[in-house]
Design a protein around this ligand. Structure first.
Ligand code: SAM
Length: 259
């Protein structure tokens, strides 16, 4: 599937966007706003052909796509230049694209199991001229086991590529229940990395329901933090994830759970 966004014009930002973002410490420059508006316009155009979002109202799109995504900026704020962030189940590029626009010094990998959504993300990022985004089609529970290619040179063993333990921070929004999502996410994070998940009103209950899984995958709950648009669950990975995880059969079973 191909998209042509060459004629797309930025969606105007309501006056309250900068003020609401400022309330949680985000300062835009003019080109950020222009790019965020262009990204929303790309979603609106593509949504006529691919089911990307149920949100069609412009003000709702700024609030629920842009501001909600940017609530993760605080978690990413101290990462050094070139640090790597993975967005699992990115869909239309959320939260990954708004974060990549506002944090050009970080490198983002946006992952989704649906090829046409990734085709959209690639076309939108090309229209925006974003150089810090790599969009990949694949299943998280499979790629989390990809350890790359082993190289043995002069007695020194290294690994090229792969996804396991490659990311400083792993993020996701609206990708199932916390227990299965945390299990999918943790293998991608480096030791001493972080998993930061945008969640809704039930975040604390989801953390409690996931306690057995969180113990098994050896992560610690750092915070369940309220944001202006919802809640973020922050998990710390202090030791390597046992090789067994994520278990494909568990992740797939999670899809059928009642929400
Ligand atoms: N994160 C986006 C957002 O907040 O708007 C999209 C959320 S959408 C409800 C869930 C997305 O996760 C879908 O695009 C789906 O294809 C993707 N997804 C679900 N399970 C996945 C998996 N195991 N691996 C990769 N992508 C997955």
């Amino acid at each position: 599937m191909t998209f042509d966004f060459s004629a797309v014009k930025a969606l105007a930002a309501p006056a309250w966007v900068a003020e609401r973002a400022g309330a949680f410490g985000v300062e835009f420059d003019a080109s950020d706003i222009e790019k965020l508006g262009t990204f929303l316009a790309c979603i609106a155009v593509a949504n006529e052909r691919v089911n990307l979002t149920a949100i069609t109202d412009s003000e709702q799109a700024w609030q629920r796509h842009v501001l909600d995504s940017l609530t993760l900026m605080g978690v990413l704020a101290d990462l050094p230049e070139g640090a790597r962030v993975l967005d699992i189940g990115t869909g239309a590029g959320l939260p990954g694209v708004p974060l990549a626009i506002c944090m050009p010094h970080l490198r983002f990998t946006l992952l989704d199991g649906t090829a046409k959504k990734i085709a959209f993300v690639q076309a939108a990022c090309a229209r925006l001229g974003l150089k810090n985004v790599d969009a990949v089609t694949g299943r998280a529970e499979q790629l989390a086991h990809d350890i790359g290619v082993r190289r043995d040179f002069a007695g020194k063993v290294t690994r090229d590529g792969g996804y396991r333990e490659q990311f400083d921070v792993v993020v996701a929004r609206a990708v199932g229940q916390l227990d299965t999502l945390a299990e999918m996410a943790v293998g991608f994070a480096k030791v001493n990395g972080v998993v930061a998940l945008i969640k809704g009103a039930q975040a604390q209950q989801e953390v409690e329901a996931a306690s057995k899984t969180l113990h098994e995958i050896k992560v610690v709950v750092n915070a369940v933090a309220a944001t202006p648009t919802g809640q973020i669950v922050i998990l710390e990975k202090r030791v390597a994830t046992p090789r067994l995880y994520p278990r494909a059969e568990r992740v797939n079973a999670g899809k059928n759970k009642k929400k």
